[in-house]
Every structure is written in C-alpha cells, then in structure tokens.
Ligand binder design. Structure first.
Ligand code: NAG
Ligand code: NAG
Ligand code: NAG
Ligand code: NAG
Length: 478
C-alpha cells in the first residue's frame, strides 16, 4: 500500500513536470507560459507611465502567474497568457502610480487581447506636464478593447482622437474630468456597441454630432459640464435604449424636441444649466419611466399646465427651479405619489398652493421660494415640523400663514403671518408676542406691525384688534 502511494505521487510529479516542460518549452516552471513579446510589451507600457525605476522583469517575473501586478489581469488564449485588463493610477494600495513625466509607449498597443484599459488620476499636471492622447495605433486594439476610461486626469489635454471611432468593440467609453477639449468627433457615432458614453467635466465644445443618434444600444449618456452648444436636437430621440441622459451645465439651446418622447426607458433626464427654451412640451409626459427630471436654470418659460403630470408616476425628483415658469401650480402634481423633491423656486408662479401637497407620502423637500404665490398656507403644524426649512416658501410677498394656529417654532420659514387673523398678535419676526391680558397692549402690538402702522390700512387693523383684545380681556376678567 505504502509503496503504491509513493509511486503514484512520483508519477504525478513526473506528469506535472512533463506538462510544465511541454507547456513552456523550457521545463523551468509549472506555470502556463506568456510570450516574451507580450511580457515585454506589458513591462514597457507600464514603465512608460510609472517611470524608468520600475523594472518589471525584476519585480514581477511572472506577471500573469505567481507574481501578479496590481491593476493587471490576464486570460488564457490557446494555452498562453495574455493581458486583458490594465489599470494605471492610484485606485488601490500598491497600484501602479504614475510618474510626473509619463509617456504612452507603442508597446501599449501590442497587448492584442486587451479588453479593459483605464487611467485614473495619472496625468495630473496640466501646467508642467500636459499630455495628449496619442492619435495613432488605437486600431491595433480594435479587435479586443471593450472598455476605455480616463478619469480625473487634468493634465490630459487637447482634442480626443477621431480614431476612437474605430474601436468597434467598445461598450464603455469614459472620459470623465480630464482637460480634454475641442469638438466631439462625429465618427464616434460608429461605436454601435457602446452602452455607456461619459464625457463629463471636460472642455468639449461645439454641437453634439448628429451621428450620435445612431448609438441605439446606449444606456448611459453623460455629456454634462462641458461647453457644448447648438440646438438640443432631435438626435437624442434615436437613443431609444437610454436609461440616463445628462446634458447639464452646457450651452445647449432651443426647444425640447418632440422626439425625446421616444425615450420610454429613460429614468434620468438632466438638462439643468443650459439655454433651453420653448416651454414644457407634451413629449415630456411620454417618457413614462422618468424618475428624475431636472430642468432647472434654463429660460424654458411657459407654465405647468400643458403636462399631465400624473402620467409620470415614477417621478421622485422634479426640479424646475429658475425656469421662468408662470401660472399656477396644478393639482395634478399632487398625484406624483413617489415625489421626494419638488423644486419650483425662482419662477413667476402665482395662485394658491394645493393642500394636497402635504399628502405626498415621500416628500422630503419642496422649494417654492422666489415666486408670487398668494393666499394662506393652511398646512398642518405636523407638516411644517416634518419639513423644517425644506419647506421653502420665502420670498413670496403675497403668501402668509394663518396666524395663531401654528406654534411659533413650526411656522414656515420666512413667511409672514396673515394680517387678517391676528388674535394672538404674533409679530412679523415672531418675537413680539401679545398675550391675552397683557398689561400694555398697545405699544408692543403697534411695534410688531411697525411696517403698516403709518398706513391707513394698518391703523384700521390696529383699531379692530384693539377692540378685539379689549373684548377678550373683559371676557376673561368677567
Ligand atoms: C531590469 O533589470 C535587469 C537586471 O536585473 C536588466 O537586465 C534589465 O535591463 C532591466 N530592465 C530595464 C527595462 O531596466
Ligand atoms: C426598455 O426596457 C424593457 C424592460 O427592461 C426592455 O424589455 C426593452 O427592450 C427596453 N426598450 C428599449 C428600446 O431598449
Ligand atoms: C417675473 O415676471 C416679471 C414680469 O413679467 C419679470 O420682470 C420677472 O423677471 C419675472 N421673474 C422671474 C424670476 O422670471
Ligand atoms: C404678483 O402678483 C400680484 C397680483 O397677484 C401683482 O400685482 C404683482 O405685480 C406680482 N408681482 C410680481 C413681481 O410679478
């Protein structure tokens, strides 16, 4: 028995040794081999970013085997290791940090099975060491590259290469918060497999090419925080798979196109801080999956009446602040049962607010400040207590809350008490109170209404109130 075991072990060892020898052709180790050209290309490409002090063959003699490099992944193709993923930049402890002077070496493009390439916070010195994305050789990665990312690289400047348009397998192109500029190449519209295109936080300018409308598999399109201009065209209506469209903080103008209604799966539409005009069009209500609609800070104009808000049952965030809206706040907004945030500040809204707003179960902030709303805010003390300053109604000169029904600690911030019901005589600033039976009725009361005590109106109120107070005091003393 014992001898059998020994022999079987030795046979296995022999077998393994044979396999190893057969696999790498040299018989030195038992690991799957890596072509010398691939290995050298990896070392050299990395060295270009992290600096010449980095000696890959010394530090990581077997980069896909027993000496893995942080940020590098490999896969087997026909029995050989190839690099499939390379991440440069300080995303983990022990990751490949960039030197101050970096270079894209041609070896990078020799990694012929590279699927994922990312640079995070690598090119960080726009003043002293600016660097542009190389314009050549990308076609060598066209058969493999699925994801390309440059994130937080302020030193990465200049235009983006049109040749990216040849990376036909690309599913994700993320150029987020770099120093990139110039116009968006129209041949990026050839990237038919793209699911995510994020170009936010650069200096891109000019129009969004019409060809982008052909990216029908796109799920996420984020072009925010650039200097894109021109009309907000019907192009975007072609992106029928879209889940998120963020074009905020640009200089896009014109109307919201009718075709936007084609985006039935869209959950987020953010057009804030542009120059969109032409009113809220009906096509908005066709985007029936919307959860977040943010159109703030645009000269949109018009009113809230043209939209059947109840069709947007998924809405949780509706921000229409500073959009030049007129007219009333329609009751149908109160049917948006999932609404958490309603921003209508800085408009020209008029009329009275529906009490039904308070019944929205998820509402946690509502801003109506800076309008011209009128009437009495008859919400409950509970509602004001729940909302605090997240009920924003200040800067509506003709709005007031019914005095005396709400304890002073819960009155809506910045709103005046109504003039009509002044039995309790709470002052404008809520500080000067006139209690029943106060020994000195007149002076504190008049001072609390100081703004109107000279006007005929004010005097009339004072007179009526004085009578009321006198009657009350008499009643009590009787
Ligand atoms: C790395 O070090 C080895 C010797 O340890 C040397 O032969 C090789 O040239 C070095 N490679 C680089 C790229 O500096
Ligand atoms: C929208 O989403 C549904 C469900 O997730 C999916 O079946 C449908 O294909 C999507 N529509 C488009 C145009 O992508
Ligand atoms: C409100 O309307 C008035 C008169 O039409 C206009 O002067 C003012 O700028 C508008 N305010 C806002 C915030 O749109
Ligand atoms: C607010 O509305 C009142 C009428 O309700 C109007 O007299 C006043 O001019 C409006 N104020 C502004 C700033 O539009």
């Amino acid at each position: 028995m014992k001898s059998f075991r020994t022999s079987s072990v030795s046979i296995s060892i022999l077998l393994l040794a044979c396999l190893g020898a057969w696999c790498n052709g040299e018989g030195e180790s038992l690991v799957a081999p890596m072509e010398k050209t691939e290995q050298h290309a990896l070392y050299s490409a990395i060295q270009g970013f992290v600096g010449n002090w980095w000696n890959g063959s010394d530090l990581y003699p077997d980069p896909c085997g027993w000496t893995p490099i942080q940020g590098v992944s490999c896969d087997l193709y026909d029995g050989f290791w190839y690099v499939t993923s390379l991440s440069i930049g300080p995303s983990h402890d022990n990751s490949l940090d960039c030197a101050t002077e970096v270079e894209f070496r041609p070896h990078l493009f020799a990694l012929k099975h590279l699927k994922f390439l990312s640079f995070f916070s690598c090119f960080v010195s726009p003043r002293h060491h600016p660097i542009a994305i190389p314009t050549e050789n990308w076609e060598l990665l066209a058969g493999s590259l699925e994801s390309l990312e440059f994130r937080s690289n302020p030193g990465l400047i200049g235009p983006t290469p049109a040749i990216f348009g040849d990376l036909r397998k690309l599913q994700s192109l993320v150029l987020l918060e770099n120093g990139l500029a110039g116009e968006l190449p129209s041949n990026w519209g050839n990237l038919f497999n793209l699911k995510r295109l994020v170009l936010a936080g650069n200096w891109f300018k000019g129009q969004v090419p019409d060809s982008f409308g052909g990216l029908s598999k796109l799920l996420i399109l984020d072009l925010s925080r650039n200097a894109l201009s021109g009309p907000f065209t019907s192009t975007f209506g072609g992106l029928t798979s879209l889940l998120k469209l963020d074009l905020s903080n640009n200089e896009l103008e014109g109307e919201i196109p009718r075709e936007i209604g084609n985006l039935r799966n869209l959950t987020l539409l953010d057009l804030s801080k542009n120059k969109i005009s032409g009113g809220l069009t009906e096509s908005i209500q066709e985007m029936c999956s919307l959860e977040e609609l943010v159109l703030s800070n645009n000269p949109i104009g018009g009113d809230l009446m043209g939209i059947e808000w109840h069709t947007l049952q998924g809405l949780t965030i509706l921000d229409l602040s500073n959009t030049g809206l007129k007219g009333n706040v329609p009751d149908s907004i109160c049917e948006l049962k999932r609404l958490r945030f309603l921003g209508l500040s800085g408009n020209n809204l008029t009329g009275e607010l529906s009490l039904k707003l308070a019944a929205l179960p998820s509402l946690s902030a509502i801003y109506l400040n800076g309008n011209n709303l009128t009437g009495e805010l008859k919400f409950s003390e509970w509602f004001y207590g729940k909302m605090g300053r997240r009920f924003g109604a200040w800067d509506n000169p003709n709005l007031c809350y019914p005095n005396g029904l709400i304890s002073p600690s819960h009155v809506p911030f910045g709103v005046q008490p109504c003039k009509q019901e002044v039995q309790y005589g709470t002052g404008l600033d809520g500080s000067s109170k006139l209690g029943i039976g106060d020994s000195n009725q007149n002076s504190p009361f008049i001072s609390s209404w100081g703004f109107s005590s000279n006007a005929v109106d004010g005097l009339w109120y004072v007179f009526v109130v004085e009578i009321l107070v006198t009657v009350l005091v008499l009643n009590i003393s009787l």
